[in-house]
Design a protein around this ligand. Structure first.
Ligand SMILES: *[C@@H]1O[C@H](CO)[C@@H](O)[C@H](O)[C@H]1NC(C)=O
Ligand SMILES: *[C@@H]1O[C@H](CO)[C@@H](O)[C@H](O)[C@H]1NC(C)=O
Ligand SMILES: *[C@@H]1O[C@H](CO)[C@@H](O)[C@H](O)[C@H]1NC(C)=O
Ligand SMILES: *[C@@H]1O[C@H](CO)[C@@H](O)[C@H](O)[C@H]1NC(C)=O
Length: 409
């Protein structure tokens, strides 16, 4: 079909103006690389629209269509990296991609990596651009884990897969020519949640005490708690403009927790925790009072109210909500004290900004070595978008330096 007539061109132009207007989200003046960030958010919104349309047309579920769109775009734009060799393996029943620097001989350090995507989206193939870059930059053997996704597989499926693959790698390090005393774990977004959860498990479970100690944990803008959705960063950045909104985060948390998102409205106003939980130690573990003073000033009275909560819902979900392997900031100080050193990365325009600040604070309070690199002006997801944002690769390289410093000490 051709469109040369003025009326046809006019219709096409109108269509694009309407679409751009609908998809365009301005970023604040302080944002870095703002038009690229707007483009990322627009692309994300477009995927949402196409997925719902596809579901309406009964092509597949919106979730499955989004999965294909996201992975398809990521893998089709990647040509590979000549400086690394990858192979697909199975570690104790879990699919992994193992990446080795091409020209490195001898025993190397190792890094197990957990990808992001809200526990619902993306996979190890679509993360090749990042995991290959981590492999090249650290000159370590990188293992990228294909953990099972929600909502089909709810907690603890993804966590169990991650634990299994790390234990297998620690026990079989010699076979892969990896120094078992120089193995770290890391992940971005929910991958960071899984990394800290695995670190807690390996350092606290007496049954695993015979394993070599993890050298480092790398946490990149992770969600670490689902107790308090009224932290300053949720309030400031939860409506966008970055692609991760409070609502989407609540959707991800519930998909992983229960396999459906019925309770989103409760989470967004903290109605999912009872009054007594709001007065418990758990509440103190994630209190706004642990954050820098300048963040706290954005809160109003309603954000810090403790006198309400749906008791029945709270009782229904409390076992998982307070489980540190689901929400690592629910760990006690005694558990935090046993963690390996941490390299933390956070972004400013991100509802999860404060989870990183809370983790850094609680670890430092408990004597854990922490380096926290905060990136003002960037949104959730910037780190993994190598080759798109100017800041992504420098951030990756700086993160790798931090990991290596701890692997080699
Ligand atoms: C996605 O597709 C697979 C395979 O057809 C199916 O088993 C699964 O239930 C679907 N998931 C969702 C969330 O629709
Ligand atoms: C340790 O292993 C024993 C025996 O398999 C089991 O009963 C126990 O629950 C395990 N402990 C933990 C903390 O998982
Ligand atoms: C959502 O999950 C909860 C907990 O498993 C269950 O009680 C509820 O019926 C589910 N709701 C829907 C709409 O599937
Ligand atoms: C919390 O949930 C309860 C029970 O569903 C409801 O009655 C109450 O209005 C909710 N609280 C708020 C602040 O919306």
């Amino acid at each position: 079909m051709h469109c040369y007539s003025p009326s046809c061109l006019f219709l096409v132009a109108m269509f694009w103006i309407v679409v751009s207007y609908y998809l365009y989200t301005p970023f604040p003046d302080t944002a870095k690389e703002p038009w690229k960030q707007s483009l990322t958010t627009a692309m994300f919104k477009l995927f949402g629209i196409l997925s719902s349309a596809g579901e309406t047309l009964q092509i597949d579920s919106a979730t499955n269509i989004s999965r294909k769109l996201m992975s398809g775009i990521a893998t089709s734009m990647y040509a590979g990296n000549p400086n690394v060799q990858v192979e697909k393996l199975i570690f104790d029943g879990v699919d992994v991609i193992l990446c080795r620097p091409a020209n490195k001989q001898g025993k190397l350090p190792g890094l197990v990596y957990f990808h992001g995507g809200g526990w619902v989206f993306l996979n190890t193939d679509s993360y090749r651009p990042l995991t290959d870059a981590l492999c090249e930059s650290t000159e370590a053997v990188v293992v990228s884990v294909e953990y099972r996704l929600a909502p089909e597989n709810i907690y603890p499926a993804a966590f169990d897969d991650c634990v299994k693959s790390v234990i297998f790698f620690l026990q079989n390090a010699v076979k892969y020519n990896v120094d078992m005393n120089k193995i770290g774990i890391a992940g971005d977004s929910v991958g960071g949640n899984l990394a800290m959860a695995v670190a807690l498990k390996l350092s606290n479970d007496p049954n695993l005490s015979a394993l070599p100690r993890l050298a480092v944990q790398g946490l990149i803008y992770p969600p670490l708690q689902f107790f308090n959705f009224r932290l300053p960063s949720y309030i400031e950045h939860g409506q966008g403009p970055s692609l991760l909104t409070s609502k989407l985060m609540a959707f991800f948390a519930l998909s992983y927790m229960l396999g459906n998102a019925t309770y989103i409205p409760h989470l967004l106003i903290n109605n999912h925790t009872s009054r007594s939980l709001k007065h418990s130690d758990y509440s103190h573990y994630v209190s706004h009072e642990l954050l820098p003073k300048e963040f706290q000033s954005t809160l109003d009275e309603d954000d810090v109210r403790l006198d309400f909560g749906d008791e029945a819902l709270s009782a229904e979900i409390e076992d998982i909500l307070l489980d540190p392997y689901f929400a690592p900031l629910m760990a006690t100080d005694a558990e935090i004290k046993k963690l390996p050193p941490a390299c933390i990365v956070s972004a400013e325009i991100d509802p999860l900004r404060d989870d990183s600040f809370l983790a850094a604070k609680r670890m430092a309070m408990n004597g854990i070595w922490v380096r926290h690199d905060h990136y003002p002006g960037y949104g959730h997801g910037f780190f993994a978008q190598i080759g798109f944002y100017e800041q992504s690769l420098p951030a990756v390289i700086s993160f790798c330096k931090c990991l290596l410093e701890k692997m080699n000490s």
